[in-house]
Design a protein around this ligand. Structure first.
Ligand code: ADP
Length: 482
């Protein structure tokens, strides 16, 4: 059994969970301890106890710790990528890319630790100076989803530690392997014992235990809208006062194709955004909004490309689309395919359950699905499916397309494919989303710039890049008299 890390010690749990390979459900990767509420309380206590030392560490100490972690992740990207592909189901190139990204994020925040500064201003009153400085917030709870088992933990853990906070980290139940491997690397760094804790466990048990703990200063979460709302509601009524919150939730992202688009690029962007990583990305484009003049040609080309996608074992080099992560998600994908048909949409490609891969392995295989003749009020266009299911909506032109893009309760990212500078510029300004993509896929973001959305997609300060400092620090204003 792989144990949790609490207060610098590896502790088993009374219960454990098997980590199942979605490409081959007979393959159990390992068994992982589940922390109970008492262990979560110990982890929170240990983090609070370590805060005194780590919050006063020098920028050089923080740089060395984070840079060392990043270097080891990068050096082991093939091995860790293989584990990630095996437990989550994204293809090997995607998984290795994700691991490399995690290493780069640690290295980026190593540098940020050196760059934390403040401001000095003259006061409006004579003989007084004002200083604005940043301090770590304290103990940060980190709750992550299963779709990016190492990159999302990295983009929360690295800034938390870089700015001097201590961490209690709860990964998603479906992907404990990458989280444990990352923890094992962090545990060998020069961090003080207790500054970083791993509490693998059930969300409904560990989440409330973290939130109700008086040691918690901030909670950063990525996951579903429903769970995000539950966390916000619990935070509001906490006896110890409200913790700082950062919630990254769903996306129902649109990708517009105008008549003047480069069709090859439009099809490439649609395939990449809608279906790669098995559609299991919050930045996936699930609504393709296509102008009338290019619609039929675009759909024909897309369907042709979809037919050539190999759905198979995540670790087979011939695979383009790996399996769905688990049975629950697979059932959700199938439910939405059935719903799309009931709502009157036309299924033009895919949507079938494949119990075995082309390699004959038993897994959660599902052929990417495309619906046409849809309209935006349909539930398949309003609710996040989180699988490789995309819809096409036919529009007369740009204005109608933009209105549909913005007709959503979510607002993470929006994309457009056009050669018109006028439309691209207008879209960039008027899409009601946190991120906009022009002639590039909606999924695939850089790590040195902010990530996040508007409306129901996000709450709290942005993640990533130097903007991450806003969540992981609190500002102090000091007045110094002569
Ligand atoms: P999904 O449906 O994609 O699994 P969730 O939002 O349920 O998305 O899961 C994201 C993360 O939130 C996981 O680590 C999960 O264990 C955790 N989680 C689930 N329920 C709760 C809860 N009540 N409080 C805090 N975290 C939770």
């Amino acid at each position: 059994m792989k144990a949790n890390l609490i207060g610098g010690r590896w502790l088993d749990g009374t219960q454990a969970l098997d980590n199942v390979n979605p490409s081959d459900i007979g393959d159990i990767i390992d068994t992982y301890a589940l922390a109970d509420t008492a262990q979560v309380a110990c982890a929170m206590e240990a983090a609070a106890a370590a805060f005194g030392e780590w919050s006063l560490s020098t920028p050089q100490q923080r740089f060395d710790v984070l840079d060392g972690i990043g270097a080891e992740i990068l050096a082991r990207k093939a091995e860790l990528g293989d584990l990630l592909a095996r437990e989550e189901g994204k293809t090997l190139p995607e998984a290795i890319g994700e691991v490399a990204r995690a290493g780069q994020i640690f290295k980026f925040f190593a540098g940020e630790a050196l760059r934390t500064g403040g401001e000095t201003l003259p006061s409006v009153r004579p003989d007084i100076r004002v200083e604005v400085t940043r301090e770590p917030i304290g103990v940060v709870g980190i709750i992550t989803p299963w779709n990016f088992p190492i990159a999302i933990p990295a983009w929360k853990i690295a800034p938390a530690l870089a700015y001097g906070n201590c961490v209690v980290f709860k990964p998603a139940e479906a992907v404990p392997g990458s989280a444990w491997a990352l923890t094992e690397i962090i545990a060998r760094s020069a961090l003080p014992a207790g500054a970083f804790n791993l509490v693998m466990g059930q969300g409904a048990e560990v989440g409330p235990a973290m939130l109700n703990d008086a040691n918690l200063s901030g909670l950063t979460f990525t996951g579903s809208v429903a769970t995000g709302r539950r966390i916000a509601a619990a935070a509001l009524t906490r006896d110890a006062g409200m913790p700082k919150l950062q919630l990254e939730m769903g996306g129902k992202n649109a990708f517009v194709v105008l008549n003047d688009a480069d069709i090859d690029n439009a099809v490439h962007c649609a395939i990449q955004s809608a279906f790669y990583s098995t559609g299991q990305r919050c930045t996936a484009a699930s609504r393709l909004i296509v102008a009338d003049g290019i619609h039929d040609k675009f759909v024909r080309a897309l369907v042709e490309k979809m037919a050539a996608l190999n759905v198979g074992d995540a670790r087979d080099p011939a695979t383009h689309i790996g399996p769905v992560v688990d049975e629950r998600q697979l059932e959700q994908d199938l439910r939405y395919v059935a719903l799309g048909k009931e709502e009157g949409a036309t299924l033009v490609s895919g949507g079938e359950l494949l119990r075995t891969s082309t390699q004959g392995k038993r897994g959660h295989y599902f052929r990417p699905a495309l619906f046409t003749e849809t309209h935006n009020a349909m539930r398949i266009n309003q609710e996040e499916i989180f699988g490789p299911v995309a819809t096409v909506q036919r529009v007369k032109g740009y204005e109608e397309a933009l209105a549909i893009v913005n007709d959503s309760s979510l607002g993470l990212v929006a994309g457009i494919c056009t050669t018109s500078l006028r439309h691209a510029t207008h879209f960039k300004r008027h899409a009601q989303t946190g991120m906009v993509m022009v002639n590039v896929p909606t999924a695939g973001v850089d790590y040195h710039v902010p990530f996040g959305g508007r409306k129901g997609s996000s709450y709290g300060p942005r993640e990533q890049g130097r903007y991450a400092v806003d969540f992981y620090t609190t500002v102090k204003t000091s007045y110094i008299g002569a």
